[in-house]
Each structure stands twice: as C-alpha cells, then as structure tokens.
Design a protein around this ligand. Structure first.
Ligand SMILES: CC(C)(COP(=O)(O)OP(=O)(O)OC[C@H]1O[C@@H](n2cnc3c(N)ncnc32)[C@H](O)[C@@H]1OP(=O)(O)O)[C@@H](O)C(=O)NCCC(=O)NCCS
Length: 227
C-alpha cells in the first residue's frame, strides 16, 4: 500500500513539474519542485478542527438551489480531471477505490464544485489525520471552480453532503481548515460549524506529527482566535 501510495505521489509530482514547465517555464517548475522538497524536509501548519452535529437544521438538502448534485463514480474521473488536474484525478481514483464518497455539483449541466467525505481517515489516503469516533465523518477537499465562487454553491453542496451523511446514520461531521483560509473558515462558520480544537501538522524529513490543542474557550471558541 505504502509503495503504491509513493508511486502515485511520484507520478503526481512528475506531472505537476511537466505541466508547470509547459505553462510557466522551467524556472517556475524548478521553484515548485524546490517548494515540494522543502515541505518534505520541513513543514509546520495550523488548522482549525471544526465539528457540526448532523441532527436538525443543516442535515436538510437545499431546495432553493440552481444546482443538481450526485455522487462521484469512476466514470466522473475525466470530469474531475478537467476541473482540477490529471494528478488530482489519480488521487480521486484512489479515493473511490478506498470507498470514500465524493459529491459533484452541476450548474446547467456543467460541473462546478465538489467535496468528499469519509468515515475513516488514513494518512496515506487523505494526506491528513483526524481521529474519528463511530458515527462521525470527515469532510475534505471542498472545491468550487474559480468562475463559480461566491455564489453559495459550496454551501449548498456541503448541505447536500451533510444530508446524505445524515440519511446514512452519521451523527457528526468534522472538517479541517487552515487557519489562514478565510473563505473556508467563513464557509464553515456560516454553516454552523464550531471549532473543537486547533491542530498543528508538523513534518520533518518525511515524518509527520500531529498535535491537537483543545479549544480553551469552550464551544463558542470559534468566536475567538487563539494562538
Ligand atoms: C473555500 C471555497 C470552497 C468556497 O467556495 P464557494 O462556492 O465560493 O463558497 P460559497 O459561495 O458557497 O460561500 C459561502 C460562504 O463562505 C464565505 N466565503 C466564501 N468565499 C469567500 C471569500 N473569498 N472571502 C470571504 N468569505 C468567503 C462567505 O461567508 C460565503 O457566504 P456569503 O457569500 O453569503 O457571504 C472556494 O473558495 C475554494 O474552492 N477554495 C479553494 C479550495 C479550498 O480552499 N477549499 C477548502 C479546503 S478546507
């Protein structure tokens, strides 16, 4: 498994290098490669771990949305490749094989946004780690195509995913958001998510460690940003 994961990662890095060289030149491609190596050698980043109970208000699919939604199937990989990149499509193929649920949103038959959730988190697959209790799901890789942003599409998509998870008997959704990702922080808070803890991911020479710092301000802690 580890070998397959490393193979997929290597293909992804090679694809990104070639693509950046073609579109932005050799300098940019080398710069990007250096950034990947630097992140492998040392990386430290902070996220908020958000949670939302799936009972009640948000576990209702939006009825007033111009979008249609459906679960991702392997036949959608070319669509996802167009929205994101061939390297991402490789990853989405792996997610489907490992039973993760993806949802696509369409506007006038065009794919405009997607998101994923899972009931188990594997560092090798999700590339992050969150401890899940039975009945919990982890939302990840929420994405809206740039021309369609700020139209409420991701909020509608997340509500649809939460409704789907609620129907399947899940009772709580968790999500990780980089502390400086203002659009995503606001999106989560507009949906009623609250901060459970602050979470630090640190990597030194390929070894990854996670640190959880419980929210010292209780359930309303999302109102207060602490360092
Ligand atoms: C974060 C992201 C998914 C939001 O998608 P979106 O479809 O534009 O979001 P919505 O239009 O549904 O916005 C819902 C709410 O989120 C907040 N929001 C979204 N984009 C915002 C921005 N650029 N600045 C500030 N707030 C923003 C607002 O509160 C918004 O509600 P409002 O428009 O009524 O004020 C999108 O910006 C994206 O794909 N970013 C890159 C990938 C990413 O960072 N994903 C999140 C990983 S955790």
């Amino acid at each position: 498994m580890r070998v397959r994961h490393l193979g997929a990662r290597a293909r992804e890095i090679r694809w990104r290098f070639t693509h950046t060289r073609r579109t932005r030149g050799l300098g940019a491609a080398l710069g990007r490669l250096l950034a990947v190596a630097r992140r492998w050698a040392f990386f430290r980043g902070d996220c908020f771990l958000y949670a939302l109970p799936l009972a009640g208000r948000v576990a209702t699919p939006p009825t007033d949305s111009p979008l249609t939604f459906r679960e991702v199937t392997p036949a959608d990989l070319p669509l996802l490749e167009k929205m994101r990149s061939p390297a991402d499509a490789l990853w989405y193929g792996l997610l489907l094989k490992r039973g993760r649920t993806g949802v696509l949103a369409f506007h006038a038959d065009r794919p405009v946004a997607h998101g994923w959730f899972t009931a188990e988190v594997d560092l090798e697959i999700e590339r992050t780690y969150v401890p899940l209790a039975p009945g919990e799901i982890f939302l990840f890789d929420l994405f809206t195509s740039p021309p369609y942003r700020r139209r409420g599409f991701q909020r509608a998509l997340v509500r649809w995913m939460l409704a789907l998870a609620g129907e399947r008997g899940f009772r709580r959704a968790l999500s990780l958001v980089a502390v400086d990702n203002e659009p995503s922080v606001r999106l989560h808070e507009s949906l009623g998510f609250e901060v459970v803890c602050r979470f630090t991911k640190a990597r030194v020479l390929g070894l990854t460690r996670f640190y959880f710092h419980p929210n010292p301000f209780g359930p309303r802690g999302s109102l207060i940003r602490w360092m």
